[in-house]
Design a protein around this ligand. Structure first.
Ligand code: NAD
Length: 494
């Protein structure tokens, strides 16, 4: 059985004293083993990152950008290879895994524009003969801690911008699907990134806590569940680091009575059941306003009738298994408890049977869900769609704004005035208007509100440049100008 270790200073390394199983969720088989880093191994990775920092921040911006152009090429050409790795450990269908890679490529493309992104400001003649300018400098070693559900895209959300800004990185991916991060680190190396700039340590709380407590780690980017995000934020900020910690979600999709019902139903099915609901931007609550609930449910029921659930490597499969057996059982628990909470189970996915030992469950649709039910309050992170019926737009907004999570939301309507008001009223970070999973393109930033994000910076895009740099402001006066040097050669940036 292959063992996934760490990637420190450009090399595969690591003891296998403590390890964990890596499953193929479609078969239920533990087909790989992942090493859990010790404190000493994590310190070794931090030291490697620190040692590589001086040369990397001194590397010209054009040379840094070159790495991202080459990396983009590698990712584009070898997407099927990387997607297959994702599917073998996460379970999502291959087309979805390839989609994840293409969203990650956007972050690499954004980072390739670093010459533009790292420009400072300049004010001439703030006093007689005095100018002021600002520069953006790297913060140092950055720790990136990522969840299982996007093993390529979320690391690239962080790592691409952090490295572009001249930082060095220690990445701690999810222990459930660790191979993609090692693949990415090797691809960066192949693209010309010097050893030590990107290190990967695998493991658990031991590795994470070592990163959070290490004085040489200056910034922490985290994406995962809310309880862990909160604890990471508290521990790392208490240690004086800058932190952005993105947490869980419960995304509501409002359907107004004037919406294109069929279009909204198709969007709800795709966003609720795609990737088996294991997306932080999955729609998990449909808020049906006025009399739209019955036709909407009828259309959804028709659309899911022949949804194909199976091994993600089978091109016919539209939805794969869940990440672990325990998680599958937890998701099913919410469906089993729904009637006792007063809800109506319209489609019971737990009743669907599957051959083999894969971590599969069917899709569930539950009506008459209400605030206060566990089904409504908790993040389920599985293929379970709840329907909440409300009378008015105002009730829909009140419901969403009262929820602890504020990651994503959407409204489906044909009325521009309602859509505009929704954008104004809603206390959620990412908003879709007739778009069910509003994950913005790489040139914008991403992040939730309330318990979906701890810290004040959104991730990737322009806000990441702010997060991964420190600004320095220089005030200058020159008594005279320096002697000019003659050089007839064409100016080179290298
Ligand atoms: P998780 O919180 O269990 O794990 C995330 C990371 O934290 C992993 O690397 C894990 O090893 C580490 N970790 C877990 N327990 C820890 C502990 N006690 N101490 C220190 N580190 C610990 O999350 P997950 O199950 O891998 O991912 C799913 C969650 O991530 C969902 O809640 C989902 O909504 C969220 N998510 C959010 C976003 C977003 O943008 N807001 C994006 C993707 C996923």
């Amino acid at each position: 059985m292959s063992v996934i270790r760490h990637f420190i200073n450009g090399a595969d390394t690591g003891a296998t004293v403590r390890t964990g199983p890596v499953y193929n969720p479609a078969t239920g088989e533990a087909h790989r083993t992942v090493a859990f880093a010790s404190v000493e191994e994590v310190e070794q990775a931090i030291d490697a990152a620190k040692a590589a920092g001086a040369a990397w921040r001194a590397t010209s911006l054009i040379k840094r950008a070159d790495v991202f152009f080459r990396l983009r090429q590698i990712l584009a050409e070898r997407t099927p290879e990387l997607a297959a790795i994702v599917t073998s450990e996460h379970g999502k269908v291959l087309s979805d895994a390839a989609g994840e890679v293409s969203r990650g490529i956007e972050n690499v493309e954004f980072a390739a524009g670093l010459v533009h992104l790292l420009k400072g400001e300049h004010a001439e003649q703030v006093a007689r003969g005095v100018d002021v300018h600002s520069v953006k400098q790297p913060v140092g070693v950055v720790a990136c801690i990522t969840p299982f559900n996007f093993p390529v895209m979320v690391p690239l959300w962080m790592v691409a911008s952090a490295i572009a800004c001249g930082n060095t990185v220690v990445l701690k991916p999810s222990e459930k699907d660790p191979s993609a991060a090692i693949w990415l680190a090797k691809a960066f190396q192949e693209a010309g990134l010097p050893d030590g700039v990107l290190n990967v340590v695998n493991g658990d709380k031991v590795a994470v806590d070592t990163l959070l407590d290490a004085p040489d780690v200056k910034a922490v980017s985290f994406v995962g569940s809310t309880p862990i995000a909160k604890s990471i934020y508290e521990r790392a900020s208490a240690n004086g680091k800058r932190v952005q910690a993105l947490g869980g979600a419960k995304n509501h999709m409002v359907v107004m009575p004037d919406a294109d019902v069929d279009g909204a139903a198709a969007a709800a099915v795709s966003a609720a059941y795609g990737s088996a609901g294991e997306r932080c931007m999955a729609v998990s609550v449909l808020v049906a306003v006025g009399d739209v609930a019955d036709p909407l449910i009828a259309s959804i029921t028709e659309k899911v009738a022949d949804l194909r659930i199976g091994d993600g490597t089978d091109a016919a499969s539209e939805m794969g298994p869940l990440i672990t057996r325990e998680h599958r059982d937890r998701v099913e628990g919410y469906v089993h408890g729904a009637e006792a909470e007063g809800a109506t189970v319209l489609i019971d996915g737990t009743a669907q049977t599957f051959a083999g030992d894969g971590f599969f469950t069917g899709i569930s649709l539950i009506d008459h869900v209400k605030p206060g039910m566990k089904l409504y309050e908790d993040e389920i992170f599985g293929p379970v769609l709840s329907v909440v019926r409300v009378e008015t737009y105002a009730e829909a907004v009140e419901l969403i704004n009262a929820h602890q999570f504020g990651n994503g939301t959407a409204i489906f309507t044909r009325d521009g005035g309602t859509a505009r008001q929704f954008e104004f009223d809603i206390e959620v970070g990412m908003v879709g208007i007739n778009v069910p999973i509003p994950v913005p393109v790489g040139a914008f930033s991403f992040g939730g509100w309330k318990s979906s994000l701890f810290g004040d910076s959104h991730i990737y895009g322009p806000e990441s440049i702010h997060f991964y740099t420190r600004s320095k402001v220089v005030t200058t006066r020159w008594p005279d100008h320096t002697a000019a040097q003659v050089d007839l050669g064409f100016p080179s940036n290298h």
